[in-house]
Design a protein around this ligand. Structure first.
Ligand code: NDP
Length: 278
């Protein structure tokens, strides 16, 4: 399928490269000319020309504002628009309505990868919005990596994308706090991370599925490590202070855990804390 790529920033260029490498006939447009390097692509002179060139148009721009700016003044009738620009669920819903109003079909996407991962099995792209658009574009989208269609609600990809980043930052936060602690005694952080932290976390990962099941069922009854025990043994705050390490990262979490115990849920497992969030 002939394809247009709008936006040749770091990510857009990676997407265009993946298409070309898999033999897709690709037309590109970028606001600033000269960004395609030696890629074997056709250059459209204007955004309107790029949209006119092919039925499938993939956008990867800085933000939703730039997408709105590019869509202004181009004809999207009968076009399948796949927007891989990071957006919020509200922005995705707005863009979907805008494209539909003007006769196009809209699919939103969230890229869970950095540019060098594009085209490898490690890259995952989440999609939501028009299922028809997804089915039509699926073979082309396969060039980027694993593809997951999450449903017709346009904002679902953005919501899941941000939720995954939320999980990632939680892990990063725990990592830097742990590193700050061992660093106070001169322990090499790489050694600690490779030999102790990663094996420990890897062993714990499967437990997340059990925690997720508790959240889905609403039954948080603890089997092994209840909140009362975890709060009573909060060595993190005590040892951090003793080592001169800030507790700014861990304190908000333990505040929630203590509040849950005060509410009478000390016999619950950790995921019970979610009831204080939503
Ligand atoms: P870059 O900053 O490298 O590229 C931004 C692109 O947007 C350029 O093509 C730029 O054009 C274009 N642009 C900006 N403003 C406008 C505008 N008003 N009108 C038209 N074009 C505009 O960003 P990336 O390529 O890294 O990121 C692109 C998207 O991909 C973002 O939404 C990002 O969140 C997402 N993403 C990026 C990842 C990464 O690791 N890089 C990872 C996952 C998602 P010009 O060249 O003219 O400035």
């Amino acid at each position: 399928m002939q394809t247009t790529v709008i936006g040749l920033g770091k990510m857009g260029r990676a997407l265009a490269t993946a298409l070309v490498e898999r033999g897709h006939d690709t037309t590109v447009w970028n606001r600033t000319p000269g960004r395609s390097g030696d890629l074997a692509v056709t250059h459209a002179a204007t955004a309107a020309d790029a949209f006119a060139a092919n039925e499938l148009v993939i956008l990867c721009l800085l933000d939703s504002e730039s997408v709105v700016a590019v869509l202004d003044g181009v004809d999207v009738r009968d076009r399948t628009i796949v927007n891989l620009t990071t957006s919020t669920p509200a922005e995705a819903a707005k863009l979907s309505a805008l494209v539909a109003e003007r006769g196009g079909d809209y699919l939103d996407g969230g890229i869970m990868a950095i540019p060098s991962m594009i085209g490898t099995p490690a890259a995952v792209v989440l999609y939501s919005g028009s299922e028809q658009a997804f089915r039509r574009a699926e073979d082309v989208l396969a060039a980027f990596g694993d593809r997951r269609y999450l449903g017709a609600e346009p904002g679902l990809a953005a919501l899941n994308d941000i939720a995954m980043l939320t999980g990632m930052y939680g892990m990063f936060g725990g990592f830097v706090h742990a590193a700050a602690m061992v660093r106070t005694e001169g322990v090499p952080v790489v050694e600690f991370t490779e030999t102790l932290l990663i094996p420990w976390l890897r062993g714990l990962f499967p437990a997340l599925v059990g925690m997720a099941a508790q959240i889905d069922s609403g039954d948080y009854t603890a089997k092994e490590s209840d909140l009362s025990m975890q709060v009573a043994n909060d060595g993190i705050a005590e040892v951090s202070r003793a080592q001169g390490v800030s507790t700014e990262l861990s304190e908000p979490l333990f505040t929630l855990m203590r509040r849950r115990v005060e509410q009478g849920f000390g016999g619950d497992d950790f995921p019970s804390v979610i009831e204080l969030l939503s």
